[in-house]
Write a protein that binds this ligand. Structure first.
Ligand SMILES: [Zn+2]
Length: 65
């Protein structure tokens, strides 16, 4: 049974903050392989995470001086 999109998107955002179990990773990769909206969501979450990280780094550099 494939997970629902709501579960998949929730897991995609959670995996940035916690480690998913092997079972969760498997269900998620099956879902994203078959569902392009969730795949895109996952990529956007990753990009957003990277942007946030860069932004934080920039702020840290500024506050140090
Ligand atoms: Zn989906």
């Amino acid at each position: 049974m494939m997970m629902k999109c709501t579960e998949a998107t929730q897991m995609l955002s959670e995996r940035l903050d916690r480690k998913l179990s092997t079972k969760e990773k498997l269900s998620l990769s099956i879902h994203t392989a078959m569902c392009s909206p969730c795949r895109q969501f996952g990529e956007q979450m990753k990009e957003l995470r990277d942007i946030t990280k860069v932004y934080k780094d920039l702020n840290n550099v500024e506050t140090k001086e």
